[in-house]
Design a protein around this ligand. Structure first.
Ligand SMILES: *Cc1c(COP(=O)(O)O)cnc(C)c1O
Length: 386
């Protein structure tokens, strides 16, 4: 089912995605790397915000290079952009190699074995689709070691069996701007990359871009910064892009001494007005962000929501479909006018919610469940809605 076709009256969670803010964030990064192309990482359904709309908005804004995790995501993206270069970070197998050609996707080769698989397919099919080669300079996740890269370069036959057009590596600690690993990886990347003269180079993710020009090379691979997440200790966050809200299902008056929620972990110290909101961990509102009664959260009050100018603390454990907030101090008129409570967005920073959940913005965004209704805001829509 197309999520946008869901009738909002039928659901109790909505995620509003501001496509204009997304594009402004992308342009901010572009202005900070004027000699590089800013590619977008749109893996995991565009960081949970909906790949087709995210990809379409960015492509229309001029984004010409995208990265996804697997070829299925790349194929979904291909439907909204005919011309962009789509790199697939981790999905090449013997069985799907032909699909890369059919959907015009570029595989990122992460090992000498990957290079073999691609070389074999190219030879058998007679196609010479370009590929990218990933060098591991210190992450120890994917990519050829620098030694393997040198072996590849010296093996003339293997070297001529594939056509690489991009050499990339990934930084492990870019969000810590003075971490010594950043410079070590840069140095190692420069050494290996010097052997691939004709290919474009790419090292930086969002955080790497603001480490400076040395890190930017031909293509930067942006992600979380463009989605409004925290990305660096020296810059941002940029504009919020996603707002998560839950509908108030019931408001109740509870008495001092009573408890709230599973486990009875929140004992009321005074008479309390409680708003019960219709989203919970089944929607991606992490249980670890509970007001109390969760191991990680024993020491503080958990997350806070926002309604009509008022900050409201979560009380007790978050359950699958419901979250309780203390709205005792919120005027009656505000509760009458507003039927939704914001979990994060313009008023509650995404990073605050993520920290309350013991998590990070990436995990929170990619974890918003499919049953949460996605609403896309762009100029034309906001005009027509007034
Ligand atoms: C996800 C990813 C990115 C984007 O990272 P952000 O921190 O979101 O900017 C870039 N490169 C690779 C290899 C990735 O896996």
């Amino acid at each position: 089912m197309n999520r946008e076709e869901v009738d909002e009256r039928l659901v109790s969670g909505r995620l509003t995605i501001d496509l204009q803010a997304l594009v402004r964030n992308w342009k901010w990064l572009a202005a900070n790397a004027p000699n590089s192309a800013i590619a977008m990482s749109v893996k995991a359904d565009g960081y949970g915000l909906g790949l087709p709309r995210i990809g379409d908005a960015l492509a229309q804004a001029g984004c010409r290079h995208f990265f996804t995790a697997n070829p299925l995501e790349g194929t979904v993206l291909r439907r909204v952009t005919e011309n962009a270069e789509i790199f697939i970070l981790s999905g090449l197998t013997e069985k799907n190699a032909a699909h890369y050609n059919e959907a015009s996707l570029t595989p990122v080769l992460n090992s000498l074995e990957d290079i073999d698989v691609w070389a074999n397919w190219c030879r058998k099919s007679g196609h010479r689709r370009p590929c990218a080669i990933h060098i591991d300079t210190g992450m120890n996740r994917l990519g050829l070691t620098p030694d393997e890269a040198l072996r590849f370069i010296k093996d003339r036959q293997l070297r001529h069996s594939v056509t690489e057009n991009l050499i990339l590596s990934h930084l492990a600690c870019a969000d810590e701007s003075d971490h010594s690993k950043n410079f070590q990886q840069l140095k190692s990347f420069n050494e290996v990359a010097s052997h691939f003269e004709g290919s474009r180079k790419s090292l930086a993710n969002s955080a790497g871009i603001v480490l400076g020009e040395d890190y930017q090379f031909d293509i930067c691979r942006a992600g979380i910064a463009v989605y409004g997440g925290e990305f660096s200790d020296i810059a941002g966050p940029l504009e919020p892009v996603a707002k998560l809200e839950g509908r108030i299902v019931q408001i109740r008056n509870s008495n001092r001494g009573e408890t709230v929620g599973y486990g009875g972990t929140a004992k009321l110290e005074k008479n309390t007005r409680i708003a019960i909101v219709g989203i919970g961990y089944g929607d991606g509102v992490h249980r670890a962000a509970s007001g109390s009664g969760v191991a990680m959260r024993e020491l503080n009050g958990g997350t806070t929501g926002w309604i009509g100018g008022h900050v409201v603390p979560a009380i007790g454990r978050i359950s699958m479909d419901l979250t309780a907030f203390d709205v005792s101090h919120v005027p009656e008129s505000v509760l009458e006018e507003n039927s939704w409570i914001e979990f994060f967005g313009e008023n509650v920073p995404l990073a605050d919610f993520s920290k309350a959940a013991g998590s990070i913005d990436y995990e929170v965004l990619t974890g918003i469940a499919p049953r949460v209704h996605r609403v896309y805001k762009d100029t034309s829509e906001s005009n027509s809605n007034g």
